[in-house]
Write a protein that binds this ligand. Structure first.
Ligand SMILES: [Zn+2]
Length: 79
C-alpha cells in the first residue's frame, strides 16, 4: 500500500475563464462601454481595445475555433 496514484485531470476542450489572461492594466478601463458581444457595460478591453467581457471574448474564440475546425478539410478544399 505504498503506491500513491497521481491522477491528472483529463484535458478539457474549453474551461470558461481560463483561455485569456487579461490581468494587465492595458485591458482595464475606468469607463464602462457596451460589450462588443453581449452589449452589457464592460470595463475590460480586448486585444484590439474594444470593450468586451472576458467570458464573452473567450466564448467567441471557442466558437471561432469550433467553426474553423468544422470548415477545415485536410485536402485544402473549402467546399
Ligand atoms: Zn459581454
Amino acid at each position: 500500500m505504498s503506491a500513491r496514484r497521481r491522477r491528472r485531470a483529463p484535458p478539457e476542450e474549453y474551461v470558461p475563464g481560463t483561455l485569456l489572461d487579461w490581468r494587465g492594466s492595458v485591458h482595464w478601463s475606468e469607463r464602462p462601454l457596451p460589450c462588443r458581444y453581449c452589449g452589457a457595460p464592460a470595463h475590460l478591453r480586448d486585444s484590439r481595445m474594444k470593450p468586451a467581457h472576458k467570458v464573452c471574448a473567450e466564448q467567441a474564440l471557442a466558437t471561432q475555433a469550433a467553426e474553423a475546425a468544422d470548415a477545415y478539410h485536410p485536402n485544402g478544399q473549402t467546399t
